[in-house]
Design a binder for this molecule. Sequence first.
Ligand SMILES: [Zn+2]
Length: 482
Amino acid sequence: MILRRVVLLLWCSIAAVVWAQQPSEMKPVTDRLAASVYTGPSMATLRELTDTFGGRLTGAPAYQRSAEWAAAKFRNYGIQNVRLEPFTIPAGWQRGSASGALVSPLPRPLNVASLGWSPSTPAGGVQGAVVVVSDVSAEKLKDTEPFRGKIVVLDSSKIFAEGWTKALPKLDAAWPVFQKAGVLAAVMTDREKNNVLNAHDMLWGAKMLPLPGAEIGMEDGKLIQRLLEQGPVTIQIVLDNKTAGETQVNNVVAEIRGSERPEEWILIGAHLDSWDFGTGAQDNGAGTASVLEVARAMMTLGKAPRRSVRFALWGGEEQGLLGSYAYTLAHKEELSKCVAVLNTDNGAGHPKGWKVEGRKDLKDAMQPWSDALLKDLSGGELSMETTYDTDHGPFLLQGVPALDLWVDMSKYFEIHHKSSDTIDKVDTLDFKAGTALVAVTAYAIAQSDKPIAPHIDHAAVGEILKEAKLDELLAYVGVWKP
Ligand SMILES: [Zn+2]
C-alpha cells in the first residue's frame, strides 16, 4: 500500500516536470529580453515623451498628443492591434496663471498655485480678510457667518492630521458649505517645507471645485497665521484657468496575440497622464516608457508568448485611477480571461521586486519565479503591502492577480508632483533594471503552463481591503460595494 503510494507520487512529479516548462528552460529567452531592455532605447523614449509633451494633464491637448505618439510607437514596433479606448471625465481643466499676495499688514508676494480643477477667480482676482479653518467637520462649519465674503485658509497640517482617508469625506462636504457662505476663495497650505508646492486637486474624479481653490507654501501659511494673532490679515488671489465640460480621454491599448492560448491575456500597464508642474518623468513617464520598451523588446523575440500580452497606458490616474477603472468596466466580460496585471508607477528607483497586494497565494506562486528569474535582475523580493494608489487597484477590486512594481522610493517624494519631476533625476541603470524586471515577469507569466494564481471572489477582495483599511474609503468614492 505504502509502496504503491510512493510509486504514484513519483509518477506524478515526473509528469509535472515533463508537462511544465521550468524557469530554467525559459531563461535563454528571458535573458535575451533583459539584454534587449538594457541595450534598448528606453531612455531616449522617456526623454522624447517628457521633453516633447511636458506635463500630460488628463484631458488636456498635451495628453492627447502623447497618447497618439504612444500609439504610433507601438505600431512602429510592429504591433498591429493598437487602439485608443475612450472614457469620459466630468470636466476638462488646464492650468493658466496664478498669483497672490499678502496685502496687509505686511505687503509681500505669496507662493501660489491653482488647485487642480479650480475655476478662475473673477478678472482681477479676489481680495479679502482671511479666516483660518483647521477643522472641516460639519459640526465646526455649522455657523457659516464668520466665512461670509472672506478668504478661507485651510490649515492642511491639522486637517490631514487624522490621515488622508478620514479627512477626504469631510473636505468634500466643506466645499459646498464655503460656496453657500459666499467664501471668495479657499486656500490650502502645502505640507512641504521651503514653500515647495505639490500639484494636486481636491475632489475625486476630475470634478470642478465649486469655488476658486488655491494652494500656498507652508511658510506662507505659517506667516499668515502668526500675523492673524495680532490682527486682521488681507490677501489677494488671482487664478486664470481654462475649463471645459464633459471631456473624452483616451487610454492607449496595444496587444500581441498569444501563440497558443490567445484568449487568455496578461496586461502590463502604467499611467500616461501626469501632473503639470514638472514633465512627469518619474510619475509616470518612466512607467510609460517601460511599458513601451517591454512591447518593443517582446516584438524582437520573433515569437509571441503562449498567452496574449496587452499593453495599456492609462489616462486619469492622478484624478482617481479613472482610465484603468473605466477599462475594467468596459472589459468586464473578458476579465475572467485576464491572468495577471503588472503595473509600474512608483518612480524609477532601484528595483526590489513586486508588491502582491495582500495576496499570500500570489506571493507563494511568484516565489519560484522570483528565485529563478528575478533575483538575478535585482528584483527577487515580494511585498504583501496592499494599496489603491495606482492602476493595479481597479483590477485588484475585480479579483484579478495584480502586481505593482516595487522599487526603492527613498528619493521619490523629493520630486513627486513637483516642478522637479524631470528626466535629469532618472538613473539610467535603475530605470532599465526595473524595466527588465517587468519584461521578464511578463514573459514568464504569459508563457507559463498554468495561470499564476486564480481570481479571488468579492468576499476575499473585501477581506484584503479591510485588512489594508481601504474598504471604507473605496466605498465612499464609489468604486467598491462591500
Ligand atoms: Zn503615478
